[in-house]
Design a protein around this ligand. Structure first.
Ligand SMILES: [Zn+2]
Ligand SMILES: [Zn+2]
Ligand SMILES: [Zn+2]
Length: 276
């Protein structure tokens, strides 16, 4: 399997939409990997994770044929991860491709509800021919295309059961852990003894310890890594990646890389591809 990170920022992007803070100005000056769009990833170019408002830009920049994608996993309903208005563009008369698969959109109850509302209010009679909302239960594995996908509970917001995902294929296993704080106990319990080849962790607060839950910084990521190693879920071969960064962390990509590297952790950037 491979995973490509299409966007690696938190909600506001980095530089942030309307921001002139020092960290945003620094990113504008430095350019390259320091420019981050809203979070999205794709597995093997076929299984899409999240649908931020930057999806259109990602498809153009990384040459992704969105019409060929049949499966979309959504982590939670924050707009940097799910922008339902754009989902309607999958249907005629916004898209014409007779051979394209219908798009199955998987998520929690909130995602299914939001997508149903978007489809109902679209005014398009045939919209359900093109898009199908699919509810996933936490901790229940499902076959999605060539993959086995298991939603686990995140620690992100109390109003909603936000998901992080285990994705498995050909004996390889990865964990896509955005957005979340240090995992809830039920999630640690589920992953106990299951070894991961790649673990991608929320690092909204960059090098700073975050003590309020919902997101993490590098010290929280290290605690998760250590616990996973102790419980047999990770070893020296497991690739740990940090992702989903906010300008409020104040440390742009180029400056964060050495902090993470010291601990054998990879810092994600827009366009980065990793293989397992
Ligand atoms: Zn987010
Ligand atoms: Zn800023
Ligand atoms: Zn969020």
């Amino acid at each position: 399997m491979n995973i490509q990170y299409l966007g690696t920022a938190a909600y506001e992007g980095w530089p942030a939409l309307f921001c002139k803070c020092e960290a945003c100005e620094e990113a504008r000056m430095a350019g390259g990997r320091n420019i981050r769009t809203r979070s999205q990833a794709v597995i093997d170019g076929t299984l899409l994770i999240d649908m931020p408002p930057d999806t259109y830009y990602h498809a153009l920049t990384y040459n992704i044929d969105l019409s060929a994608i049949g499966h979309l996993l959504i982590t939670h309903s924050h707009e940097d991860h799910f922008y339902p208005s754009d989902m309607i563009a999958k249907a005629e008369p916004y898209a014409f491709d007779g051979s394209a698969p219908s798009l199955q959109v998987y998520g929690n109850e909130a995602i299914v509800k939001m997508l149903e509302q978007a489809l109902d209010s679209s005014g398009l009679d045939d919209v359900r021919k093109f898009i199908t909302p699919v509810y996933l239960k936490p901790f229940v594995p499902v076959e999605i295309g060539e993959y086995v996908v298991t939603p686990l509970l995140a620690d992100h917001m109390p109003q909603e059961k936000c998901y992080i995902y285990i994705i498995e294929k050909d004996g390889k296993r990865l964990l896509y852990g955005h957005d979340t704080g240090v995992f809830p106990e039920a999630t640690f319990e589920y992953i106990k003894g299951r070894r991961f080849d790649l673990v991608s962790l929320d690092c909204t607060f960059g090098p700073t310890l975050w003590e309020h839950g919902g997101h993490m910084g590098l010290p929280n990521n290290l605690a998760v890594k250590q616990r996973m190693e102790q419980m047999g879920s990770a070893d020296g071969q497991t690739q740990f990646v940090i992702n989903h960064f906010s300008h409020n962390s104040k440390v742009i990509h180029d400056q964060l890389v050495p902090h993470a590297e010291k601990h054998g952790i990879i810092t994600a950037y827009d366009g980065m591809m990793l293989c397992v």
